[in-house]
Design a protein around this ligand. Structure first.
Ligand SMILES: *Cc1c(COP(=O)(O)O)cnc(C)c1O
Length: 405
């Protein structure tokens, strides 16, 4: 192997040297692990050109900074390479003109989760997993099922029974075995971990599997590329488990350590006030988020106990960033505001970042000179029931009447 240097525990900082084996959590304190590379070597070897010039489509071209071998088979789909839009009209509406959108709904299963599933799945193949499993509010599972389907693999996915219908439909149609847990996402997560232990399955669970963060960091590589080796001043991320935001931070941090960028952005974490564990921790100075009772309508970020919470809090603080809370009402209304002022259709969690920008402008957090990039994490077509709540009704007219002016 020798591809990575090892793993550092996010909590107790124990370092585990790479032994070619799969590692999930810290052997000492059972906290999440962070994958480490030989940054000195990479700093000497990698140039901007060689870093971007790797083989393979989408996220796999960043192989030098991924924990997987170049030789392993990859999903036969285009993952990553999502578009970046400058969106002045929406920016004016939200009160911050220098606004950019990174549209992650353009991934194969229509959410950001495909980045994590891509690396997670390939890792599973590398360790010859017999059964791959994962727990999900909907998107992580449908993403895993989608990418796996392109390789003829059928994962076992645990979801809370309240997951939106379109996400269940995706899971079923991509051929996964779907276990609908009579309980919350947190219950599905715990049951999936127990199954993993009992049956020796390979587990993709967010945060618990350190390779998920490694997949998610590829978004930052693309942002740097699209900003021509600069970074935006602020990157805005909707937060549930905290794995996307810690992954995005990892991406910028890796490039910084290697010397390919000379500055990192601030992070703005956005949560619903009905699922606010990480925001509460950041704003009250706690290192480790505490459990809340999550009830937000934004199902993808409805998390009582964030599974990558400590890494998320650390990322936000290291970036000298911020965390804001927004109401479910503002999230729903934002689906409509974003759609009709940018042409981008967001599921509730995907609209949450924009609601956070509006809130941050009100709170005076954002300097008007800053460039602000919102990561739009999931497609509105995944949760039509929520969209219909704010879409309004079409006008009904007689079939032979032109009397509508
Ligand atoms: C998973 C997800 C999030 C939040 O990511 P975390 O890693 O759980 O913080 C946000 N938006 C969408 C659409 C998601 O699927």
């Amino acid at each position: 192997m020798g591809k990575i240097a090892g793993y550092t525990c996010v909590a107790c900082k124990t370092f585990i040297e790479d032994d070619g084996q799969l590692h999930y959590q810290c052997s000492k304190c059972s906290s999440n692990l962070q994958v480490e590379y030989d940054y000195d070597r990479l700093g000497n070897e990698l140039t901007k050109e060689s870093f971007l010039g790797g083989d393979g489509p989408g996220v796999f071209r960043y192989n030098e900074l991924l924990p997987i071998s170049k030789e392993t088979a990859t999903p036969n789909l285009s993952i990553g390479d999502t578009p970046l839009y400058k969106s002045q009209i929406l920016g004016q509406k939200l009160g911050h003109e220098k606004l950019y959108i990174k549209d992650e709904s353009r991934n194969p299963s229509s959410s950001f989760k495909d980045r994590a599933s891509a690396v997670g799945l390939v890792k599973g193949i590398e360790v010859s997993a017999k059964v791959m499993t994962g727990a999900s509010t909907g998107n992580a599972g449908s993403s895993m099922a989608c990418l796996a389907a392109s390789m003829g693999i059928r994962p076992v996915i645990f979801v809370p029974e309240a997951a939106p219908k379109a996400k269940i439909a995706q899971l079923m149609l991509f051929g996964a075995r779907v276990l609908s847990v009579r309980g919350t996402y947190d219950d599905a997560f715990d049951l999936c971990l127990r199954a993993t232990q009992k049956y020796g399955w390979y587990n993709r669970n967010t945060g618990f599997n350190p390779y998920t963060r490694e997949g998610k960091k590829t978004c930052s590589f693309e942002i740097v590329e699209q900003f021509n080796w600069q970074v935006p001043d602020v990157v805005v991320v909707p937060v549930g488990d905290g794995n996307i935001i810690s992954g995005i931070w990892k991406g910028f941090t890796d490039l910084y350590k290697i010397g390919l960028i000379d500055r990192k952005p601030k992070l703005l974490a956005v949560q619903s006030n009905k699922s606010n564990s990480i925001a509460q921790a950041v704003n009250s100075g706690l290192e480790k988020p505490e459990e809340v009772n999550a009830t937000t309508i934004a199902d993808s970020i409805s998390v009582s106990l964030p599974r990558d919470g400590q890494a998320a809090v650390k990322a936000i603080n290291e970036s000298e960033g911020f965390a804001v809370e927004v109401s479910d009402e503002s999230i729903l209304n934002m689906i409509s505001t974003v759609a009709c002022n940018s042409g981008v259709f967001a599921e509730p969690a995907g609209a949450t970042g924009f609601a956070g920008v509006e809130q941050a402008v009100k709170d005076g957090i954002l300097d008007p000179k800053w460039s602000v990039l919102v990561v739009m994490t999931g497609s509105g077509l995944k949760d039509i029931d929520s969209a219909l709540k704010v879409a309004g009704e079409p006008e009904s007219i007689d079939k032979d009447s032109l009397d509508f002016l």
